[in-house]
Ligand binder design. Sequence first.
Ligand code: MSP
Length: 499
Amino acid sequence: MSKNFYVTTPIYYVNDKPHIGHAYTTILADVLNRFYRINGYDTFFLTGLDEHGQKVQEAAKKKNIEPLEHCNKMVPQFKKLWGKLHILNDDFIRTTEIRHARVVQNILTQVFKKGDIYKDEYEGLYSISEERFITEKEAETGDFRDIKKIKEKNYFFKMSKYKSKLIEHIKSNDSFILPKSRRNEILGFLNNDLNDLCISRPKKRLSWGIELPFDKDYVTYVWFDALINYISAIGYNDDNKKFNYYWPADYHLMAKDILTTHCVYWPTMLMSCDIPLPKTIFAHGWWLMDDIKMSKSLGNVIKPLDLADKYGSDALRYYLMRNMVLGQDASFTLDSFEKRYNADLANDFGNLVNRIFILISKNFDDKIPCKNTYDELDNNFISNVEKLRDKANKNYANLKIHDGIENSISIIRLINKFLEDKAPWKTIKENKNQARTTIYLSAEALRIGTILLYPIIPEKTNLILESIKSSPSDNINFGQLKEKQTINIIKNIFPRIQD
Ligand code: MSP
């Protein structure tokens, strides 16, 4: 039986150009997807755009164009960026697509028929920036902008009905919400009264949305619409074979800002339709600039395209993945970006590749040398590389990406140290067999370290692997590299960033 893996990013609002925060979650999903794929899983990676709702309607209005025209103009910006960042998504869902709207209406009909939707008049505070009704208590926190008092008739989803079932699910599934701190946060939230969810907007106030199948004067609330993308994209109620193959999702990835919608709204919606819940909802921290969350309104947004253009997509991917401890916030600075690149990629990795390739080209006519018997140093080296390799794989699988990277780069450092200890440039004259073995083992360990770094920096690692006639899904045990194999010498793979 094949193993499968399904990972999603949030679908991003199209009221704004993509910035580094969006790039981060998308790269993270790509890293996990590549990691599982090279480990033999049949993977599916979904990203896309959230195109309905007030924010988008307003953004279009500002430009004096129709909302759909606005969305169509935004789509290429996201797609272009994902291409540039080597994002290998399997699908790109837009909530304005018919395949999605059909599923939203199907879900609404099911929930309605079940008796989980009722109409009521509601008077309360509404945050336009968050597009939802908020409590007095929430309004006092200062986290919400553009608050208005609104009184209107709307449809409500009986979310409160599923509260105890949800609590039970969270408590009996340790990895349903990760990291643990977020799980506790949601359990704390559920300790209070849980309101039902207003899932409609009267068309006279907001027309840009999916019409309710049971009342044409209303459109669907943007969050109720958007969350359904995770199942509409993989064929819910359309291609059952595909849907049942990939669902439930292994990871819904996002930042902590949209934890409640994913951990409370989404599971209760699924419960109402008797659809199994996703396996893990993972919320990472925020990228901050000068300790402030990056956002368009604050104007402190770093454009990932600019950085990727200047330093290459791998440099940006490496920095983002290595410098954020998953779950915690991280500060983005150009200084730390350049330091990280120069230390790990230009110095450690880049120099090692140069060194090994030069040794092979100078002494072995561009061919991988044949290994001979191993001495104690060789055996220790192999066993240390294997230990780090196993740790890296374990860390990646446990979403400790920064640790997995550190283990992999430690392999690179270990090879540099091994070469210094063995000095094959000297032994080549007096003990050629030893020099051969040293260079073979170094090249083989380089292959292993490179494969481990492939999910993070696919572009450059592919170049290295191609040059030694290997590929990312190859076995990562010692002894795979073919002796006498001719390699293509590549030079200066990670040029230093000058001050
Ligand atoms: N459209 C909703 C999501 C619907 S999902 C069914 C939305 N869109 S968003 O454009 O605002 O994207 C929010 C997500 O972008 C965050 O959860 C996170 O994945 C990413 N990030 C946006 N800014 C970020 C940072 N400053 N740092 C890290 N990630 C950030 O919410």
